[in-house]
Design a protein around this ligand. Sequence first.
Ligand SMILES: NC(=O)c1ccc[n+]([C@@H]2O[C@H](COP(=O)([O-])OP(=O)(O)OC[C@H]3O[C@@H](n4cnc5c(N)ncnc54)[C@H](O)[C@@H]3O)[C@@H](O)[C@H]2O)c1
Length: 254
Amino acid sequence: MISIGMLGCGNIAGIIESQGGTMVKIAACYDKQSQRMESYAQRTRAQQCTDFDSLVEKDYSLLVEAASVDAVRDHLQAALTRGKDAVVLSVGAFSDASFLAKTRQIAAANGRRIYVPSGAIFGLDNIKVARVCEVDRLVLRTTKPPSALGIADTLKRVCVFRGTAKEAIQRFPRNINVSVALGLAAAVEPEVELWADPSVTANRHEIEATGVFGSVSITTDNVPSPGNPATSYLAALSVLTLLKNLDDPLVVGT
Ligand SMILES: NC(=O)c1ccc[n+]([C@@H]2O[C@H](COP(=O)([O-])OP(=O)(O)OC[C@H]3O[C@@H](n4cnc5c(N)ncnc54)[C@H](O)[C@@H]3O)[C@@H](O)[C@H]2O)c1
């Protein structure tokens, strides 16, 4: 059973608690909202930590970040330096190329690994072929209800953004996790389209790629997680799956 330290005790942490079962032991936890941390620690019997330094000192091998981009920026490098591998959900932090390069360097210097789960999309495994072959088109088309994009209600489906992932991150910083994860997997910056559609209730992510391998088109329709409508349930399931498979000697998928 893998022993983890939980950074962030919100919705995803709650799903790891309720569905992690016998595959995950939550050894310690920290959340900047102390009541959340205390309640989570009581329920899971994890050690309570009143700050990040205390969390990183505890005995476990893997830090699971399910907190925020700021938490990644503030704490990930320290965790790697202190001998922890890490799972990073708030992958938007890696849109900062210099932060990513420095973090990679620290992980390598300390013999540590950083795991980015597939999160809210399917297809992230095989899109990695773009690292070894030519891919001439990679598009991410995301459709959300207008409110989820922070814009006024519209009567019909409208495209609110079309451009590079880098530009998308500047204009819509709350919608960056998927585009950053896709760009990291492929090592190619995707073209991004964001659509507001009053008729949808769930978030839809469409990935289209063409290259020497042929072409692919994948649509993921996400249901929201019970504890946080902004987070897709699939993202939480994908972390659980990653944790379950970490110590399996048979690795399936690219
Ligand atoms: N990679 C993906 O595809 C994907 C998908 C969904 C969510 N996410 C990201 O995962 C993260 C967690 O999602 P969630 O639904 O559990 O969110 P949540 O809001 O339910 O829980 C986050 C918890 O982290 C705590 N927190 C935030 N910043 C912190 C910090 N600096 N130090 C300590 N605690 C901190 C908050 O107080 C909160 O309790 C979010 O950043 C979200 O954007 C990623």
